[in-house]
Ligand binder design. Structure first.
Ligand SMILES: NC(=O)c1ccc[n+]([C@@H]2O[C@H](COP(=O)([O-])OP(=O)(O)OC[C@H]3O[C@@H](n4cnc5c(N)ncnc54)[C@H](O)[C@@H]3O)[C@@H](O)[C@H]2O)c1
Ligand SMILES: O=C(O)[C@H]1O[C@H](OP(=O)(O)OP(=O)(O)OC[C@H]2O[C@@H](n3ccc(=O)[nH]c3=O)[C@H](O)[C@@H]2O)[C@H](O)[C@@H](O)[C@@H]1O
Length: 390
């Protein structure tokens, strides 16, 4: 009954409580916990952030088991890759697994990814694969989170737009909650689509973009913009260590053959002797980055000191007609190029300004489009069972 309840003040957070509810302000410990003058590490860290006015990283909580530090323990970095069964994610896993000190955990719901992309690691003692949808919370102990989970091809992200925005918003919230709980550093793979149909060209990170908030692409581009906002709010409010990569069109082996993105479409069409479908007007531009360059950039960003956002992409810029002509010349000179209808809100130009990536990460792409396309062609030939004519 209400008259039995007593108003009390938490001595650390100065929040008032009735009877024995929890401290909702910062640490969610019970009132009794504070009242006994034990010190909550999170409250102290928040207090020191407030007094310094800086956003220094919070002291990570103790590791889950002291055995993690024992000399017989095999790994010293436990890394979660969400969306690790997808195209970029699986290449990232390959690179992270090369380091024997890494233990890699993939969480994926296989919407656009596949176990097949990770088959060489299944059963490896330093690798774990979890079927998990990131719109649900994940309880796990990790040191780093590469957060990639999200369908990336416009055909797939528009297929179920509500699910796409939930993945970007609720999924990112869940991963930030996990990062906060275990003190992990988290990297978000954002996108050049945050610049929308850009009015500034090439796009520097300082450009705020030109995005249609109610268009058919907004589940993805606005979703990623909110994901970036959440990353910075968790960083400012909770001291989480964040990294944001703004990825520009990436291509390479393991893209889904019927993924719907332009490079995979053109290569598959060229190998199937089908016309290359250039969406009108064909003068729209994109800048294509080979996947190994992308993975190198993502790891440098995670390991470096800069939060970003940082553009990671190849500044070589091509119209879709130029791309079709290059694929035709390299793969199938007899093929026809056909103009087809475009989809709404297609960005007319896109090219990264990578000054920051060069300066802050010491990164720039190495593989030119003409060198990357044949590597992808070889992979598609193998999967489609189309041998090269001699
Ligand atoms: N490839 C590009 O050109 C490009 C460009 C910009 C940004 N990105 C970003 O990079 C990331 C990876 O892109 P990709 O090209 O490898 O795409 P992809 O579609 O091949 O991979 C995405 C992975 O996320 C998984 N996934 C999707 N929704 C999920 C959910 N709710 N829970 C768990 N897993 C889920 C998919 O099954 C898939 O394995 C994405 O976040 C994408 O937005 C990619
Ligand atoms: O790099 C990025 O930031 C974004 O790039 C792509 O989005 P988009 O550039 O629209 O990708 P595509 O579907 O490959 O389209 C590229 C261009 O090719 C054209 N296109 C596409 C397919 C096709 O068969 N023919 C064709 O001309 C499209 O009209 C568009 O102008 C990705 O799909 C997004 O996930 C990613 O975030």
């Amino acid at each position: 009954m209400i008259r039995n309840f007593k108003l009390q003040i938490c001595p650390l957070t100065e929040t008032s409580f009735i009877d024995k509810p929890r401290c909702h302000r910062v640490c969610r410990r019970s009132f009794d916990f504070h009242n006994s003058f034990q010190v909550c590490i999170r409250v102290l860290t928040m207090a020191s952030i407030a007094s310094n006015g800086e956003h220094k990283a919070t002291k990570p909580p103790p590791t889950p088991s002291p055995l993690r530090n024992s000399k017989f323990f095999q790994s010293n970095m436990r890394i979660l890759v969400t969306g690790g069964a997808g195209f970029i994610g699986s290449h990232l896993v390959d690179k992270l697994m090369e380091n024997e000190k890494n233990e890699v955990i993939v969480a994926d719901n296989y919407f656009t990814g596949s176990k097949d992309n990770l088959r060489k690691w299944i059963g490896h003692p330093r690798f774990e694969l979890i079927r998990h949808d990131i719109t649900e919370p994940l309880l796990i102990e990790v040191d780093q989170i590469y957060h990639l989970a999200c369908p990336a091809s416009p055909i797939f992200y528009k297929h179920n737009p509500v699910k796409t925005i939930k993945t970007n918003v609720i999924g990112t919230l869940n991963m930030l909650g996990l990062a906060k709980r275990v003190g992990a550093r988290i990297l978000l793979t954002s996108t050049s689509e945050v610049y929308g149909d850009p009015l500034v060209h090439p796009q520097p990170e300082s450009y705020w973009g030109n995005v249609n908030p109610i268009g058919v692409r907004s589940c993805y581009d606005e979703g990623k913009r909110v994901a970036e906002t959440l990353m910075f709010d968790y960083h400012r409010q909770h001291g989480i260590e964040i990294r944001i990569a703004r990825i520009f069109n990436t291509y390479g082996p393991r893209m889904n053959i019927d993924d719907g993105r332009v490079v995979s479409n053109f290569i598959a069409q060229a190998l199937r002797d089908e016309p290359l479908t250039v969406q009108a007007p064909g003068t729209q531009t994109r800048s294509f980055c080979y996947v190994s360059d992308m993975v190198d950039g993502l790891i440098r960003l995670m390991e470096g000191e800069n939060t970003g956002p940082i553009n990671i992409g190849n500044p070589g810029e091509f119209t879709m007609i130029e791309l079709a002509e290059t694929v035709k010349e390299l793969i199938n000179p007899k093929i026809e190029i056909k103009m087809v209808e475009n989809t709404p809100d297609d960005p007319r130009q896109r090219k990264p300004d990578i000054t920051n990536a060069k300066k802050m990460l010491g990164w720039e792409p190495k593989i030119k489009l003409r060198d990357g396309l044949p590597l992808m062609e070889a992979d598609f030939r193998l999967r489609l069972g189309v041998a090269k004519k001699l």
